[in-house]
Write a protein that binds this ligand. Structure first.
Ligand code: GLU
Length: 468
């Protein structure tokens, strides 16, 4: 049977890096095995689901380079791929379970359930639904429903042993008697996550469910439900969670947690994907850790996925981003930059190896482009003669078409200076060229600015040296 995996986001917010990692591992597994990746939108929560979030999630996945074979936008034989468009199938499954005595109406209100929960906690029992509506007489059920009383539908959880052969965590045993009769249809008629996910995984022919560890408790429920409906459930692989630096699950209080935030901060998709791949997975020994998607998919295996949580480290992400920024051909880099002129091109070519992100690169280029303000130049008295030397060298040497030309101009300007004077020259030159004493090497600045701009900025700075 060919491999079919799925990524099943709920469109209730922007794509979290943890979910992006789940999408990535599914993608890698599908590509490695020549299988299919299905994108399924789990939008049964009517209150919180929004089409804008769905569109944003799809865009983030595309930006990461994780394309899917079937989904709401591309179609496929197992559609529709939005759960809100599959409601009839869920209802039919529930009708069938009802007919077979494997599901029942539950009239417990949220308040009654909460009271039950508290009562069980007080008696030292696990706080779960106690199944009291399971044995209501059929006549009473008919009457109460006839009178319009709200009711959910619950699944009769079989009291049997359920074993998950997890591809990451190994064998995990559950006892059906430890699990409650979970909700299939809510009182408003909408399907629960467990019903929709379990049924869809079967009907869409999913062979392996790769998802976060936080769903492990749902797995025996979904397996039991699939079997009650006559399906053989898929296999499972649960990925370790991603934690923040304090060991708590990664959340907003740890900083940027969505793909969109990282994208806005200038992280490249290549850098993010590379870093996410290594959150909970390790490449075979001896492999360089800097990898692109094709390399990752060639190497990826679930047996190298860790069982313990992975720690999200923004500095390590920045390091990976820098590695990919360095490798990015200038042509591609320029697509992110504007205006597309000579200054941008020279600056991008020279500086992209020095920065952590596209945003930092843009900022560095903008800083070089903007004219230093004369008033804020804090030029020492000795700067004037140094700048006069530099201006002279720019005029005499004329050509400035490479970084070597810039080196030659600087050497010319500094040829009669003692080491102290050279330091003054470099400081004054930076102040004159970009308005601050630190930054890229002066030769780099000269070459990025070009002869005309450089000369004009030195002239301006010289005006500032004249005593008021
Ligand atoms: N919609 C669920 C979520 O976003 C997916 C869970 C699953 O993969 O089964 O957490």
């Amino acid at each position: 049977m060919s491999v079919r995996v799925r990524f099943a986001p709920s469109p209730t917010g922007s794509l979290h890096v943890g979910n992006a990692r789940t999408a990535l591992f599914n993608w890698l597994f599908a590509r490695k095995h020549g299988g299919g990746l299905i994108l399924r939108i789990e939008d049964t929560d009517r209150e919180r689901s929004r089409p804008e979030w769905e569109a944003a999630i799809l865009e983030d996945l595309r930006w990461l380079g994780l394309h899917w074979d079937e989904g709401p936008d591309v179609g496929g034989d197992a559609g529709p791929y939005r759960q809100s468009e599959r409601l009839e199938a869920y209802q039919a499954a529930v009708d069938r379970l009802m007919g077979e005595g494997k599901a029942y109406f539950c009239f417990c209100s949220p308040e009654a359930l909460e009271a039950q929960r508290q009562d069980r906690l007080a008696r030292g029992l696990p706080p779960r639904y106690d199944g009291r509506c399971r044995s209501l007489p059929a006549e009473e059920v008919r009457q109460r429903r006839g009178a319009g009383e709200a009711s959910a539908v619950r699944f009769v959880m079989p009291r049997e042993r359920i074993t998950v052969h997890d591809h990451v965590k190994g064998e995990i045993r559950f006892l059906g008697s430890d699990l409650d009769d979970f909700v299939l249809l809510r009182a408003d008629g909408s399907p629960s996550y467990n019903l929709a996910a379990a049924l869809d995984d079967c009907r869409m022919g999913i062979t392996l469910v790769i998802r976060g560890d936080d769903h492990l408790a749902n797995t025996p429920r979904q397996m039991a439900l699939a079997r009650a409906l006559g399906w053989e459930p898929p296999q499972f692989a649960h990925l370790p969670l991603i934690h923040g630096s304090d060991g708590a699950p990664l959340s907003k209080r740890h900083g940027a947690v969505s793909v969109a935030e990282h994208r806005a901060a200038g992280i490249l998709p290549e850098g993010l994907v590379n870093y996410l791949a290594l959150l909970g997975w390790s490449p075979p020994a001896g492999r360089d850790e800097v990898m692109d998607l094709p390399t990752l998919s060639g190497l990826f295996t679930l047996d190298r996925v860790s069982r313990s949580p992975a720690k999200f480290d923004p500095e390590r992400l920045a390091w990976f981003n820098r590695q990919h920024l360095r490798r990015l051909p200038t042509g591609q880099l320029l697509a992110f930059m504007e205006p597309a002129d000579d200054l941008t091109e020279r600056a991008a070519r020279l500086l992209h190896k020095e920065v952590d992100s596209l945003v930092a690169l843009k900022r560095a280029i903008a800083e070089i482009r903007s004219e230093p303000e004369l008033e804020s130049l804090d030029l020492p008295a000795t700067a004037e003669s140094a700048l006069l030397q530099l201006r002279g060298a720019l005029v005499v040497q004329g050509r400035l078409e490479s970084e070597e030309d810039a080196q030659r101009i600087l050497a010319h300007a500094a040829r009669d200076l003692a080491p102290d004077g050279r330091r003054v020259l470099m400081r004054a030159a930076r102040l004159a060229l970009i308005g601050k004493p630190d930054g890229p090497p002066v030769a780099t600045l000269l070459w990025i600015l070009g002869a005309e701009r450089a000369k004009q900025r030195v002239e301006n700075a010289l005006k500032g040296c004249v005593a008021p």
